[in-house]
Design a protein around this ligand. Structure first.
Ligand code: SF4
Ligand code: SF4
Length: 458
C-alpha cells in the first residue's frame, strides 16, 4: 500500500506480477479424506443415486439426487464415507460428500465415451466443477457473445491465473479452441497484466484471442471495470455481464478444458496461491476437496488461536472457520492472517467523513448506503442508493475510520435481495398460457384455386 504522508492521496494498491515469485508449485499428496460440495441441500430421506460405502472413480460425475441435475466431479478414487449438510456463505445450504481416497486412481470413462460418441459438444455436461470453475449459464446453452479470459485475479496477492497463463500455454490454446466449439463463441478476449503479454502472445496468435492489458492498480481486474475501461462497454447496474452475453472465465478453467478434451479425462487438481502470514506466496497443486490443514502441514504453516483463514484475497475474501475446510474448484487463493494483523470491525456510527465515497471506483454514495444496510432496508438501499452499482472491491471497508464492515453489509444486502426475489418468483402463481389466436383454416378447395390463379398469372 502506498499512502501519502499527508493523507491527501487515496491509498493505492498494485497487483503482484508473477515474475516476482518462485513459480515451481508445491504438489500436495492425495489426502486421507476428500470433501466435495454439491450445490443442493442435504436431504437424508430422499432416495440417492449413491450411498455410504459406494465406490467412486476419479473424474466420475456424481449426481446424488434422482430429481436433480446438480453434480460434482469426484477428484479421487475411493469410498463414500458420509454425507453432511453444510452451510456456505450467508447460509447457502449444500451437501458435503466425504470420500476416503485410495492411493491409486481409476479413471472414469464417461467423458471419453461421450466425446467419442457425440463429439466435443458433449463435454458441456461435464465442465461445471472443472478446476477454476465455469459459469453455469454458459454451459446451459446461454448465448455467448464474448468470452473474457482472466489472466489475473480480481483480488490482490493471488497469482494463480498468472501462473497458469505463464506455464500452460499449450493447454490454454486447446482450451480456447474447444470452448469455441462447445459454446459457439467467436470473440475471445484475454485480460492480463503487461508483464504477461509476451507469454500470452503465443495464446493470442494460435487461438485468435485478442489480448488486452489491464492496469496494475487495484481494482482494475474487476469484471465490471474490465468491461468499462478495456471493452468500452458499461454494464448497467441492474444487469450482470452474463445477461449481455459476456462471460468471464479464469485462465485456469480454460487450461483445464484443454486438458480434458486432449486426455479425455477430467482434470481434478486445483492450482492455488497460499499467502502466508509474512505475505510470502507459494503456488500449490492439490486435489479438489483436499482439507486446508493438509496444505498447511506441507508448507509448515502453524495456526494459533484467533489467526484467520481467508479464502480469496485480502480485499474481498471470506473467512472460514475450520482448518479442514476443503479446496473448492473455485478456490484461487488461501490467505493466513496473524491474529495481530486482523483488522477489527466495530458498531461505531458513521462519522460521515466521506473517505468511502472518495475511494469508491463505482461512485456509490457509500456513506448513505451504509445507513440503510445497517437498518436492513435493502430495497431502499438498492432503489435509492445504488447498492447494485457496487462492484464489490472492498475498498470502502478498508478506509473506513469507524471500522464499519461496509463491504460485508453490501454483500449481505445483495444476497438478501436475491433470496427474496427468488422466493417471490417461486411463490408467484403460474401465469396461464395465452391461447393461440384463432386462424382461418384454408380449405383444400381454396388452396387449389390459389394455385390455379398463380399458374395462370405465370
Ligand atoms: S465495495 Fe465499497 S468501494 Fe468498492 S465498489 Fe462497492 S461501495 Fe464502492
Ligand atoms: S468511511 Fe466509514 S465513517 Fe466515513 S463516511 Fe464512509 S462509512 Fe462513514
Amino acid at each position: 500500500m502506498k499512502r501519502s504522508f499527508f493523507g491527501l492521496q487515496q491509498p493505492r494498491f498494485k497487483y503482484d506480477a508473477v515474475s516476482n515469485v518462485n513459480i515451481e508449485p508445491v504438489r500436495i499428496a492425495v489426502p486421507e479424506k476428500v470433501t466435495l460440495f454439491l450445490n443442493r441441500p442435504f436431504e437424508g430421506k430422499t432416495p440417492r443415486t449413491l450411498n455410504v460405502g459406494d465406490r467412486v472413480k476419479t473424474g466420475q460425475k456424481i449426481t446424488l439426487y434422482e430429481d436433480s441435475d446438480a453434480y460434482v466431479i469426484s477428484s479421487v478414487t475411493g469410498v463414500i464415507r458420509s454425507f453432511d449438510s453444510f452451510l456456505g456463505d450467508y447460509g447457502q445450504a449444500l451437501t458435503a460428500i466425504n470420500i476416503e481416497p485410495e492411493q491409486t486412481d481409476e479413471f472414469d470413462e464417461a467423458l471419453r465415451k461421450a466425446l467419442e460418441e457425440d463429439g466435443i459438444a458433449a463435454a458441456r455436461d461435464y465442465l461445471l466443477s472443472i478446476p477454476g470453475g465455469m459459469p453455469p449459464e454458459m454451459l446451459k446453452g446461454g448465448h455467448v457473445d464474448t468470452l473474457v479470459i482472466c489472466g489475473i485475479e480480481q483480488d490482490l496477492l493471488s497469482i494463480t491465473n498468472q501462473f497458469v497463463t505463464k506455464s500452460k500455454v499449450s493447454a490454454m490454446n486447446k482450451g480456447v479452441s474447444a470452448i469455441k466449439k462447445i459454446t459457439g463463441v467467436h470473440k475471445v478476449v484475454m485480460a492480463l497484466p503487461q508483464s504477461l503479454i509476451q507469454e500470452a502472445g503465443a495464446i493470442g496468435g494460435a487461438s485468435g484471442v485478442e489480448l488486452r492489458v489491464i492496469e496494475d492498480e487495484y481494482p482494475s481486474a474487476n469484471p465490471r471495470l474490465i468491461m468499462r475501461d478495456v471493452m468500452g462497454q458499461v454494464v448497467p447496474a441492474d444487469k450482470r455481464p452474463e445477461e449481455l452475453g459476456i462471460f468471464f472465465v479464469n485462465a485456469e478453467a480454460i487450461a483445464a478444458v484443454g486438458e480434458a478434451v486432449e486426455k479425455k479425462i477430467l482434470p481434478v487438481t486445483k492450482t492455488l496461491t497460499v499467502i502466508k502470514k509474512d505475505m510470502t506466496k507459494t503456488v500449490v497443486e492439490a486435489r479438489i476437496g483436499t482439507p486446508f490443514s493438509d496444505i498447511f502441514q506441507a508448507l509448515d504453516i502453524t495456526l494459533f488461536d484467533r489467526d484467520r483463514i481467508i479464502v480469496g484475497g485480502p480485499m474481498s475474501g471470506t473467512t472460514v472457520y475450520a482448518e479442514d475446510h476443503p479446496v473448492d474448484p473455485r478456490t484461487l487463493s488461501i490467505m493466513i492472517q496473524d491474529s495481530s494483523d486482523v483488522p477489527l470491525v466495530s458498531d461505531y456510527p458513521c462519522i460521515n467523513c466521506g473517505e468511502c465515497v472518495r475511494i469508491c471506483p463505482a461512485d456509490v454514495p457509500v456513506n448513505m448506503l451504509v445507513r440503510f444496510l445497517e437498518a436492513r432496508q435493502y430495497e431502499t438501499a438498492a432503489d435509492e442508493y445504488d447498492l447494485h452499482s457496487c462492484i464489490e472491491c472492498g475498498l470502502c471497508s478498508f478506509v473506513c475510520p469507524s471500522k464499519i464492515p461496509v463491504f460485508q453489509y453490501i454483500r449481505l444486502g445483495k444476497y438478501e435481495l436475491d433470496r427474496i426475489r427468488l422466493e417471490e418468483e417461486a411463490e408467484a402463481p403460474e401465469t396461464l398460457e395465452e391461447p393461440a389466436p384463432e386462424t382461418e383454416e384454408t380449405t383444400e378447395e381454396e388452396t387449389k384455386t390459389a394455385a390455379a390463379a398463380k399458374e395462370e398469372e405465370a
